[in-house]
Design a protein. Structure first.
Length: 338
């Protein structure tokens, strides 16, 4: 495994956002201007609404029926395995590899991580990268796609509305972030593999539902097994991963501790650290966005980092980026800025 310190920023880059600072951390292709954006189509909004509203209803009904015997160990196993696979597709693939380029992956890893991430049903790869880079550049200011703080109105109702916006409401905003791909993610858009994964998004989503249905049908037998496999390994698995990821945007900008200066409200939240495969160490991440490791302390459990390290040990991943001890010390809250 090759571990490299973060490279120094070239001096001719435009200045990045407040003290997320250090251009090498935020991807260098950002710029400040907010380009005009188009409207999101009604069909996309309708599909998003279905993906948000239907799964919790399905979960409630499925739990009710599970009492009556409509549930098997196969379903539980598929839900858990599916949760880990698609969750880490997002954290290792969509997030740390494609968005932040925090390591280099061999072709099989890059494909698998991108496809597993797509199965989490959080939008095509290019859209996700664009949205997330915009979040880092504008974290908790008015152009952040999902801040629980920016534009918050007074009182408890203002607070609830802002939380709901950061958790899920932002998905229905009229900002067509896809039209900003050229601005925020031209490097990823130029990568044929990323483009192919992104384009075939509907296929990967479909696979995420069909595979557990087929396994359920084969193992538990017949249409009942297939249907329950689809529900538990597909719909409910998707619901759980959605809320784990969305909680990074909402919960992890509100509750938790702050170790490093990051210029925003990002927090380290141990519960989300575990549930979201290491992404809950979100203050660490905003302080050092290009770091492949989010749980920077030995006790900060980061399953995505453990997996990246294991892949590196067998040669499937290389050039891992980590912040140096000096930079970490310099950004610690309570330390004077050099
Ligand atoms: Zn954040
Ligand atoms: Zn990030």
């Amino acid at each position: 495994m090759t571990v490299t310190d973060l490279p120094k920023a070239p001096s001719n880059l435009p200045h990045a956002h407040h003290d997320i600072d250090e251009h090498d951390d935020v991807h260098v292709l950002y710029s400040h201007d907010h380009e005009p954006v188009g409207e999101v189509g009604n069909n996309v909004k309708l599909l998003t609404l279905i993906a948000v509203v239907v799964p919790p209803v399905v979960l409630a009904v499925a739990i009710w029926y599970a009492w009556g015997g409509y549930f098997s160990w196969t379903d539980l196993t598929m839900m858990i395995v599916g949760y880990f696979m698609t969750s880490m597709g997002i954290t290792i693939g969509y997030h740390r590899l494609y968005t932040h380029k925090s390591f280099e992956a061999s072709a099989p890893v890059a494909w698998a991580a991108g496809i597993c991430g797509s199965m989490a049903v959080q939008g095509p790869l290019l859209w996700w990268v664009t949205t997330h880079r915009r979040h880092h550049l504008h974290s908790d200011d008015i152009e952040d796609p999902h801040s629980p703080h920016a534009g918050r109105q007074k009182g408890i109702s203002g607070w609830i509305r802002s939380f709901a916006h950061s958790h899920v409401g932002w998905l229905f905003s009229n900002d067509d972030i896809a039209s900003s791909v050229k601005k925020y993610a031209p490097d990823v858009a130029a990568d044929p593999r990323a483009r192919a994964i992104s384009k075939l998004f509907p296929l990967w989503v479909l696979m995420g539902f069909i595979v557990p249905a087929v396994i359920g049908g084969l193992v538990d037998g017949g249409w009942k097994g297939a249907f329950l496999g689809f529900i538990w390994g597909g719909v409910i698995r998707m619901f759980l991963v959605h809320h784990a990821t969305w909680s990074i945007n909402s919960v992890c900008h509100i509750w938790g501790s702050r170790t490093y200066r990051s210029g925003d409200h990002s927090r380290n939240n141990p519960i989300m650290g575990i549930l979201a495969m290491g992404e809950g160490w979100h203050n660490n991440h905003h302080a050092f966005p290009a770091s492949a490791r989010h749980g920077l302390q030995w006790w900060q459990f980061d399953l995505s980092w453990i997996t990246i390290r294991s892949l590196a040990a067998v040669g499937l991943v290389k050039r891992i980026r980590l912040p140096g001890a000096e930079r970490m010390a310099a950004k610690r809250i309570g330390r004077a800025v050099a």
